[in-house]
Design a protein around this ligand. Structure first.
Ligand code: AMP
Ligand code: MG
Length: 270
């Protein structure tokens, strides 16, 4: 399966209209036609993650960005439901705490990057510092403007030091967001997820589209590419993301560590 068309070529230029959030061209026949493939990917991911953990040499950082109700939580639940929690971490970045706000914006992020043998999933990330911060001018423009390059340099340093980075933008339409937010209100078991702030942020739709476009154009690099994932359909989003993650892990060509000498054929005494 070729996911190249969802990868943002470094240097761009790209527009969000280059990708249709409803699109599912790799599985034109719909969800059922992708089920076996997805189950196979899930199994593969389980085994590859086990190997990554056992080998203990490589680090994988997965960044998830998207608007409210874009499907970040759902992706984590569905794509990573078979992995060993011991080797997989999730880091969620909310409004900075007092301590976080008293430091540079990468301070809280750097502490959460994966160590050897680990996968870390960022649910939101340092990109908030060129998204929500840009949309609301939470710092002066001169400051957030510099951050694109700072982020590229930070990510380059991480990759040069042995971390592989994959970044996914979950691309939903305005109508899809409306339906998902409405569902959060109508469904009592989802109501906890709704905040008035979500509705307020929805009012800045166009500014967010601009901020996301700038992010894709300025921070998709050879060392840390962005993928724009059509995310109106959860199943398609899950298939694409798991495919990119599995392919990346396969490319590591990992092997289990050599066992200690003299283990083969050993009998454990009664
Ligand atoms: P949620 O992901 O629904 O828990 O919401 C977290 C909220 O924190 C979102 O509205 C984010 O935009 C916001 N947030 C995350 N990082 C930052 C940041 N660096 N500055 C300001 N707000 C942020
Ligand atoms: Mg929210």
């Amino acid at each position: 399966m070729n996911t190249q068309m969802y990868r943002v070529t470094p240097g761009g230029p790209v527009a969000l209209s280059d990708w249709d959030p409803d699109e599912h061209s790799l599985f034109p026949d719909g969800k059922d036609s992708a089920k076996d493939f997805f189950d196979g990917q899930n199994k593969a991911l389980e085994q590859l993650q086990e190997l990554l953990y056992a080998e203990g040499k490589r680090r994988l950082l997965i960044v998830l960005q998207g608007l409210d109700a874009g499907g970040k939580d759902g992706t984590i639940r569905s794509v990573f439901d078979h992995v060993n929690p011991q080797g997989v971490k999730v880091a969620s970045f909310k409004q900075p705490s007092t301590a976080e706000a008293a430091h540079d914006y990468l301070w809280r992020v750097h502490q959460r990057v994966p160590g050897d043998g680990e996968i870390t999933i960022f649910n939101r990330s340092h990109y908030e510092d060129v998204l929500v911060v840009r949309v609301h001018d939470l710092v002066p423009k001169e400051r957030w403007e510099r951050r694109y390059e700072q982020i590229n340099n930070f990510e380059q340093m991480l990759t040069e030091e042995g971390t592989t980075i994959l970044k996914f933008f979950l691309h939903i339409s305005r109508e899809e967001q409306r339906q998902r937010l409405q569902e959060r209100i109508d469904n009592p078991s989802k109501r906890w997820k709704f905040s008035h702030a979500d509705l307020k942020e929805r009012g800045f739709w166009e500014s967010y589209q601009e901020a996301y476009t700038a992010m894709l154009n300025r921070t998709s690099t050879e060392w840390a590419p962005w993928y724009v994932i059509p995310a109106n359909r959860n199943w398609y989003r899950n298939v694409l993301i798991s495919q990119v993650v599995v392919r990346t892990l396969e490319g590591f060509n990992m092997s289990f560590p050599e066992p200690e000498e003299g283990i083969e054929g050993m009998i454990i005494p009664a």
